[in-house]
Design a binder for this molecule. Structure first.
Ligand code: ADP
Ligand code: MG
Ligand code: MG
Length: 912
């Protein structure tokens, strides 16, 4: 989790926003300069300057080498849209002044024929957003200034290499021409002239390519490539602002909950050149390993290259350190070996950056003739495993506190660690290997097209996206896939970075894979794997395996355990699990559950050995018939509880008495009826008739919950008896009595609860008297109907506890059936009617109000009332924050969510 520093912004910013809204834009500071160790802004102005701009300013201020430049604020973006895609008054002047400062600082003139200043134009939102406009480099070149650059640098090849890059990038991102045209021109030129790599091309070659590019632009655009440098600049600035609303950006924002209103900043920065020869280079790096979290410099670079060459997969980048190069079995030289002096400059920068930001940094740099320049730094994206390790290590290193470490790990990211990896002994039928770009393992069907991946995933299939390389257009398909495989690209390729962020296993640069999308297969090492065939991906090893390989459960010791201990020390909310099978209960216990918050007894009734007896009970017309069927179920039910109490010994266990509509237990087929008839000796025709009688039109609002207890009291009697007998048995065996909490579902009135509680108490007295042992127990209810919340003062007189059953409470409050909501919920979220799906994240204002009403009214008559939540929301971090603020005692969630809830509860406690 990235700490949001926005709160540090002073009142100046707010005042400025107000003037913005009143329309007097011209009065404001719209442009923030940085350079030569000084800057108008700093890291605290991230909301205004975007992440990139704020950190460029900050790096300047802490004395790192950063080319001078300026940032046009995110508020200009907001104004740009408010004004119907026009710039606020005063912007042009402020840009002119800031540009002049750059000119002065580097001693070159923008558009100067002999000594031209070139700039990059870079987008930069508050949060890093791969969906945004691509960067334009070398802006300021035209047919005249390119000659000046050639003469002035004494390197004609470099000048034309820069120009062709500029034409291609500008044409693609600003003029919106298809970039394939340029790639095709370059490829065919190389083919005709027998070149294999770009660095073999000489000045004359690049000149010829520049001419061909320009012809291409005229043909496709209908106008010549813009020669006026100011037109170029404003064209690029406009393109950045417009890209804020393009489809890719829109999709990315939606996926990451980034509001439309934030806007992007634009950064204009003097160019430094990594393509000036053998002592120049460009690279990207992490201060620690982003996959494992190990404290090792980690990254890739290319000699004599520019900008995105490293991530574009055109040339294969090399490792930064010797250790990394050797561990990858890579030939050639690492940066450490090739340019040791530059490497030392980098090492110093790493230390300064981590010391200053107190977090792992993801940096972009360029080396121009032996001198290092920093172009970007940000808190690095990392896998859950790395996030944990880095947080725990940084506490050990004294860089951060335990509380900060807790806040650094996204609870939902733990999900990655709690899920399977490939079992050590599993048979691995290797199809291809590549780079271990994002850890974890997954099995799925091969698919090549992102749209198809999305469709198949929607149809409930597990898919693995296999592509040459990925780009921001593919994000929806990557999201829909269980894992991603690419045949090209390095550890910092688009696929690798995005997969790590999403927590998808990824193998990148699996060079053996040759994809033939049209034929619907890929080939690797002589094998053909067809679309739809099952493969397994081991993202931790970088392997693509045939078939569905055996998986293994995760290890929960080490860094994970350390962070959990710290989280447990600060959290106030208890965390329980929703579980009923011994396996789930054990998993929950291992994950640190402090009891059972919801044991759904109906699951126990569906067991194959019991369903016949259950049906016999339901279908019998007399109390006597039901009692005798229930007598068959009692020992089995008692054994269920013995197992649960034994695993959760000494901890509270909330057991909900039978809840679902009887309807759900009815025999569905003639066969089922015959089975019941055979088992009971009852008449088949009679059974069928009874089944028809019990049929309900709207079972979810029908004969279910406590209504079963009221009409067929012998069912709850049997369950209560099983609970008491089991508790006593475990108390005797272990010496430690469990604390059963008997929960009666779907209560709407005090009277219902009173009647049923009296019966439970009576059974309890009877069982305890018979064995002469007394145990403590509680009786309470689920609050899942609006009436129950409103009449909580009355109901609380009969209850020891309330557990908010927020699945049903959401359904009954909104009048929306969860099972049918998928048809329209998308549209509701899209149109902002609900911010999030209320079945995933609690509707805090509506359902939340009912919870607070129930709390207040309930505690008014029963000050000792215990409060918990047991809906799906109990495992959702945002909802857990609500539970903390609302003073509930515990949350209960599915076993795999328990660690997530523990961490989220700790974060909630720390931020309240
Ligand atoms: P992104 O947000 O996609 O990473 P950037 O704006 O960071 O885009 O630009 C991508 C790359 O372009 C940088 O990593 C750097 O290599 C190169 N670049 C950007 N600005 C400059 C510059 N002023 N001088 C040299 N290279 C630059
Ligand atoms: Mg980019
Ligand atoms: Mg960048």
């Amino acid at each position: 989790m990235i700490l949001d520093l926005s709160c540090l912004e002073g009142p100046k910013h707010t005042a400025q926003l107000n003037t913005f809204m009143s329309g007097t834009y011209g009065m404001n500071k719209l442009v923030y300069s940085f350079g030569a160790g000084q800057a108008d802004g700093d890291a605290s102005l991230k909301n205004l300057l975007g992440g990139k701009g704020a950190n460029l300013a900050e790096m300047n201020k802490i004395g790192l080498p950063v080319p001078p430049g300026f940032t046009i604020t995110t508020e200009v973006c907001t104004a740009f849209y408010a004004l119907g895609q026009k710039y606020p008054e005063g912007l042009a002047d402020q840009v002119r002044v800031a540009l002049a400062q750059i000119e002065q600082s580097v001693g070159r003139g923008f558009g100067d024929e002999a000594n031209p200043l070139l700039v990059s134009v870079r987008s930069g939102a508050r949060a890093s957003m791969p969906g945004m406009m691509d960067t334009v480099l070398n802006l300021g070149l035209n047919d005249v200034t390119v000659e000046g650059l050639a003469t002035q640098s004494g390197n004609r090849r470099f000048a034309f290499d820069s120009y062709r890059r500029f034409i291609q990038m500008y044409s693609h991102v600003v003029l919106e021409l298809d970039h394939h045209m340029f790639e095709d021109i370059l490829e065919s030129y190389k083919e005709v002239h027998d070149f294999t790599i770009d660095t073999d091309l000489e000045a004359g070659d690049w000149e010829a390519i520049v001419r061909a590019y320009q012809d291409g632009v005229v043909a496709a655009y209908g106008k010549p490539f813009p020669q006026d440098v100011n037109d170029q600049l404003w064209g690029a600035i406009g393109a950045v602002f417009r890209s804020w609303k393009n489809d890719r950006a829109h999709f990315y924002r939606k996926m990451h909950d980034i509001p439309e209103s934030w806007g992007t900043a634009v950064n204009v920065q003097a160019m430094v050149f990594g393509n000036m020869g053998e002592t120049s280079a460009t690279g990207v790096a992490f201060t620690r390993n982003p996959s494992t979290g190990e404290r090792l410099f980690y990254g890739e670079y290319l000699i004599n290259a520019q900008g995105e060459d490293v991530v574009a997969g055109i040339r294969t980048p090399k490792s930064i350190t010797k250790v990394q190069r050797e561990s990858m079995g890579e030939g050639g030289l690492s940066l450490q070996e090739a340019l040791p002096d530059v490497f030392n400059q980098l090492v110093e920068v790493y230390g300064q950056l981590e010391g200053h930001y107190r977090d792992m940094q993801d940096i972009e740099f360029t080396v121009e003739r032996g001198k290092l320049w920093m172009l970007q730094t940000r808190n690095g994206k990392r896998t859950a495993k790395a996030a944990l390790k880095i947080a725990v290590d940084m506490v050990d290193e004294g860089l951060i506190t335990q509380d900060e470490a807790i806040m650094r790990v996204d609870p939902m990211a733990l999900d990655q660690l709690l899920h399977p990896t490939i079992a050590p002994g599993a048979v691995r039928d290797l199809i291809a290997s590549g780079l271990p770009a994002s850890p974890g393992a997954a099995v799925g069907e091969v698919v090549f097209d992102p749209d198809e991946a999305e469709l198949m995933a929607k149809a409930g299939k597990s898919v693995i996206l296999v592509r040459e390389e990925t780009s921001p257009e593919d994000i929806h398909g990557m999201h829909a896939s269980r894992a991603i495989v690419t045949s090209r690209g390095g550890m910092t390729s688009h696929a690798a970075v995005v997969a790590r962020g999403m927590g998808r296993p990824c193998v990148s640069g699996a060079g053996d894979i040759r994809i033939d999308e049209a034929a619907g297969h890929f080939k690797a090492r002589g094998r053909v794997i067809r679309k739809g065939e099952l493969i397994s991906v081991d993202g931790s090893k970088g392997e693509v395996l045939f078939g569905a390989v055996e998986m293994e459960q995760p290890e929960l010791s080490g860094d994970f355990a350390a962070l959990m201990v710290w989280a447990d020390q600060v959290r106030r909310l208890k965390v329980r699990a929703n579980a009923e099978t011994p396996l789930d209960v054990r998993t929950a216990r291992e994950f640190g559950a402090e009891g059972i918050g919801l044991c759904r007894t109906e699951h126990m009734f569906f067991d194959a050995n019991r369903i016949a007896a259950v049906r016999e009970m339901i279908l019998s017309e007399t109390t006597q018939g039901r009692v005798s069927a229930l007598a068959k179920i009692l020992p089995m039910q008692r054994q269920d509880f013995v197992e649960i109490f034994t695993i959760m010994v000494g901890l509270p266990c909330t057991i909900r008495l039978l809840d679902p509509p009887l309807h759900e237990f009815l025999p569905h087929s003639l066969e089922d009826v015959e089975a019941v008839a055979a088992a009971t000796g009852l008449d088949k025709a009679k059974l069928l008739e009874r089944a028809k009688e019990l049929h309900e039109v709207n079972p979810m609002l029908g004969h279910r919950g406590c209504r079963l207890g009221i009409t067929f009291p012998e069912i709850y009697d049997m369950q209560a008896r099983a609970i008491f007998e089991a508790a006593i048995q475990v108390a005797k065996a272990s010496g430690q009595a469990p604390v059963p909490e008997i929960m009666i579902p779907l209560i709407a009135t005090e009277k219902e609860l009173q009647i049923l509680k009296d019966r439970v108490d009576a059974i309890g007295r009877e069982v305890m008297a018979k064995v002469g042992v007394t145990i403590a127990y509680q009786v309470g209810t689920m609050i899942e109907l609006p009436r129950a919340a409103l009449k909580a003062d009355e109901i609380a007189r009969q209850a020891d506890f309330f557990s908010f059953g927020t699945n049903d409470l959401t359904q009954t409050t909104l009048g929306i059936s969860r099972d049918d909501s998928s048809r329209f919920m998308g549209a509701y979220v899209e149109q902002g009617i609900f911010e999030k799906d209320p079945f995933v994240t609690l509707d805090q204002s509506g359902v939340g109000d009912l919870i607070k009403i129930a709390r207040d009214r309930g505690q008014a008559t029963n000050p000792n009332l215990k409060l918990g939540i047991c809906g799906e929301h109990g495992g959702d971090p945002a909802s857990i924050h609500f539970c903390e603020k609302s003073g509930l005692d515990y949350v209960s969630c599915s076993p795999y969510r328990v660690p997530i809830a523990r961490l989220a509860a700790a974060q909630a406690a720390l931020s309240s």
